[in-house]
Design a protein around this ligand. Structure first.
Ligand code: NAP
Length: 245
């Protein structure tokens, strides 16, 4: 984003790391970079970020990126940790994405990029709470898109596969234990995500070789739509229609 000439507001918990990055980006790209320290698992901190988003008219783009991964399968995971994950991956994303959608659509301009994950599409694999948190992000993004389309607001969900970042180390694992042919470099991931954004994609799956596969999947889902709500159960359940009283 800095390379593209955007001034930035960097949000995370580690203020020193944020300040060092801000100084580096300003020096390298000549942009203004502010730091806003916030723990997005804390509701007051999320509200402070929301306030900045609503009140600072220079903000035109929100990237909802912060997220944590699981420590293992559900049966071995700690419920308090999973609830913290929901606060960060779901509650904060929901609040900031909707606040941005409201603010940007009122201004008639803006963009929202939400970082989901390919596990949103494969709940049979990986940790259920994490998968569900990312399915939430995908679903929310698609829904926001429907509401803001025609209001000058661009929306994108990015679905990375395994990506070489700190996320696995932070959750007590290691990316080096994974099949390297499945792990993307983070620079490639971000470049592909931004290329998808430039192409106007609502959903970007950087690893997926053929975009037509996503279209087929989406069309199959939408084809269910006319049959998802009827006034009587399907015949296979053998339910007699209740008589009106
Ligand atoms: N890496 C993958 O394989 C992969 C795959 C699919 C999707 N994703 C998604 O990609 C996004 C980025 O993850 P990553 O892989 O880059 O992980 P990462 O290297 O661990 O980075 C996580 C970022 O989120 C910030 N963060 C963590 N907890 C926070 C909190 N409570 N409040 C505010 N900021 C917080 C961290 O900064 P501080 O620690 O300073 O707060 C850091 O900047 C996440 O949403 C993740 O679910 C990752």
């Amino acid at each position: 984003m800095a390379r593209r000439g955007h001034d930035l507001v960097l949000v995370a918990r580690d203020e020193k790391r944020l300040s060092d990055l801000a100084a580096k980006l300003s020096a390298q790209y000549g942009v203004t970079v502010d730091v806003l320290k916030a723990d997005l698992t804390l509701r007051d901190d999320v509200r402070a970020v929301e306030k900045r988003l609503r009140e600072d008219a220079t903000i035109e783009l929100l990237v909802n990126n912060a997220g944590i991964g699981p420590k293992g399968p559900l049966l071995a995971d700690d419920l308090d940790y999973l609830e913290t994950m929901i606060e960060l991956n779901v509650v904060a994303v929901n609040r900031l994405a909707i606040a941005a959608a409201q603010t940007f659509s009122a201004r008639g301009k803006g963009a929202i990029i939400n970082i989901a994950s390919v596990v949103a599409l494969v709940p049979e694999r990986f940790n259920g709470t994490y998968n569900a948190s990312k399915a939430f992000v995908l679903n929310l993004t698609q829904s926001i898109h429907t509401e803001v389309s025609g209001k000058g607001v661009k929306v994108q969900a990015v679905l990375p596969g395994l990506t070489r970042t700190e996320i696995f180390d932070r959750a007590g694992g290691s990316i080096d234990r994974l099949d390297p042919s499945m792990v993307m470099d983070v620079t490639d991931l971000v470049d592909a995500a931004l290329a998808g954004f430039d192409q106007g994609e609502l959903v970007t799956i950087p690893s997926l070789p053929d975009a037509a596969d996503w279209a087929t999947f989406s069309n199959a889902r939408l084809a269910l739509s006319p049959n998802l709500s009827h006034d009587r159960p399907a015949a296979r359940y053998g339910i007699e229609r209740a008589e009106a009283v």
